[in-house]
Design a protein around this ligand. Structure first.
Ligand SMILES: C[S@@+](CC[C@H](N)C(=O)[O-])C[C@H]1O[C@@H](n2cnc3c(N)ncnc32)[C@H](O)[C@@H]1O
Length: 506
């Protein structure tokens, strides 16, 4: 039984004893306690969101999610509304069956059916409520009929309680709570000390400074989180910056940075030494990025609001960039919006073959190729990670394989991040075994990671140098030699341009 949304101090009005339902909630509400008033509005807000969910506005195809609908400015009581929508969706098949078999669900209520579902959930499975609007009165009036209908359904299905009635589909694999320790502000040891007083805490076996807490551990308001000492970041997401592994002192670009989780992870991996240019196109999202950076305590991150594609790779200010993290906009199909997709009715779930969806993915994929080609073209880059939270081959393996001619012409090859990780790229080209995939079901998030390493850099790494600038200088010497003859240099640029044009399809 879900916890009540709000504790009530008063008993529900008895059906039959209640005075006629008020038709002017505003005036009537003034005499009710704040909790009932909030619940009255939360039910209406939940019904509005539920209507949109049921017509498909929360599907991946529409680019929405239950959360994004709840976070619209028109929803005031976001927490209660979100909880109510999720719970009603969970119980919806049962609620529909109960209403249908009760014989008292007339067409009169069809226009307000979402509010009927939400209220019926609240009364039958959630909490007792005081009678307020007409829908509440209707459900309360027939409450016993509905309960009898529910009992009959249980008997018919040979189950002893309602929980057993919920189909297997609604049972969710428990998701551990991952937290990343922000080593710019604290140590993993001291976080373990604090958290282990309350929870079982394990260290992740692969990602450094990543802790694993039991499923359901709510850390959102924990002081460690609000103080920026830990970040609530999934394991797969943390594997991205760890795969890039920039050295302290390097100059790094995070090409598509907001909200900034990976940016501040990079800063921590670099011990705050060196510099990070965090580029973000969207002004609003850039504000979130700046907030994340402030919370992390990193002071080596410069935010650039603008298009990564417009950064001139020949601009001297970027000549020393040695690593790039490219986590561009993608379909997000690997992230099941806090694993709520299973709650959505099947007809609103994304159909991968849908024409609109394919067109969107083609568009995203074209941008991703462009951005990856651009990132590869920075002259001193030694390590480059391309990542998405998409499960689509078109955004993952296909993007990587399309830039391979350019990458190899620039001296890059694919390297194998986390070699011990079993799930690799789809075997659609030679070398896909270097790529890393995580599975949305088994690993709880569907991420994709490709790591490009410049061969010269890989070779130099075998002869470690104390001089942080040596590689850049060596490469510059190589360029000078090549550009010694104007013809040789321009033919090099032309062939690079040819490869780029073929990738961009122009
Ligand atoms: C997948 S999100 C990045 C998430 C981020 N790496 C993190 O872990 O917090 C992609 C971001 O790239 C931004 N973006 C899209 N196109 C861009 C462009 N051409 N230049 C810079 N940023 C861009 C989007 O606005 C979005 O904030």
């Amino acid at each position: 039984m879900p916890p009540p949304l709000k504790n009530r101090s008063h008993a529900p009005a008895k059906v039959g004893q209640s005075r006629p339902p008020p038709r002017q909630p505003g005036r009537w509400m003034a005499s009710r306690d704040a909790g009932e008033r909030a619940a009255f509005f939360a039910r209406r807000e939940a019904a509005t969101v539920l209507r949109r969910v049921l017509r498909g506005d929360a599907s991946k195809r529409s680019g929405g999610s239950i959360k994004s609908l709840v976070f619209s400015p028109s929803v005031r009581n976001k927490r209660a509304t979100f909880a109510l929508v999720c719970q009603t969706l969970k119980y919806l098949p049962i609620l529909k069956e109960v209403l249908a078999s009760s014989g008292v669900f007339s067409s009169k209520w069809k226009k307000q059916e979402e509010l009927v579902y939400v209220t019926a959930y609240d009364i039958l499975f959630g909490q007792e409520i005081a009678v307020s609007g007409s829908v509440e009165e209707y459900i309360m009036l027939h409450k016993d009929t509905f309960r009898t209908a529910l009992q009959k359904i249980c008997v018919k299905r040979k189950v002893s309680n309602v929980e057993d009635l919920l189909s297997e589909k609604t049972t969710v694999k428990p998701k551990p709570r991952f937290v990343r320790v922000n080593t710019l502000k604290t140590t993993t040891g001291s976080v373990i000390e604090v958290l282990s007083k309350m929870h079982k805490v394990d260290k992740d076996d692969m990602v450094p400074d990543m802790l694993v807490l039991p499923p359901g551990t709510d850390m959102h308001k924990h002081p460690l989180v609000t103080d920026g000492k830990v970040f609530l970041q999934g394991k797969a997401s943390c594997m991205v910056a760890a795969a890039l592994s920039p050295k302290p002192g390097w100059k790094v670009i995070d090409a598509c940075a907001a909200p900034g989780n990976k940016t501040v992870h990079l800063a921590a991996l670099m011990n705050g030494e060196g510099s990070i240019i965090a580029c973000e196109l969207n002004k609003e999202r850039a504000k979130t990025l700046q907030h994340t950076v402030r919370r992390s305590g990193a002071n080596n991150i410069e935010t650039v609001i603008g298009d990564f594609l417009n950064i001139d790779t020949n601009d001297p200010s970027y000549a020393e960039v040695r690593a790039i993290l490219l986590d561009p906009s993608c379909s997000g199909s690997g992230i099941s919006t806090e694993r709520l997709d299973h709650l959505l009715p099947s007809y609103s779930i994304d159909d991968q073959d849908d024409a609109g969806s394919s067109a969107r993915i083609r568009k995203l994929s074209a941008f991703q190729r462009k951005a990856l080609s651009h990132a590869l073209s920075f002259p001193s880059v030694e390590r480059l990670v391309y990542s998405t939270c998409s499960i689509h081959q078109a955004e993952n393996e296909d993007v990587v394989s399309s830039v391979l001619p350019l990458a190899s012409s620039l001296g890059f090859e694919l390297a194998t991040p986390f070699p011990q990780w079993m799930r690799r790229g789809l075997p659609v080209f030679d070398g896909a075994q270097h790529l890393l995939r995580t599975d949305p079901e088994d690993d709880l998030e569907g991420f994709f990671i490709a790591l490009f390493v410049r061969k010269a850099a890989a070779a130099d790494a075998l002869e470690p140098s104390e001089d942080g600038g040596a590689l850049g200088r060596k490469r510059k010497r190589a360029c000078t030699t090549r550009s010694g003859g104007l013809r040789a240099f321009s033919s090099l640029r032309l062939s690079r341009m040819d490869v780029l044009c073929s990738i961009w399809g122009i």
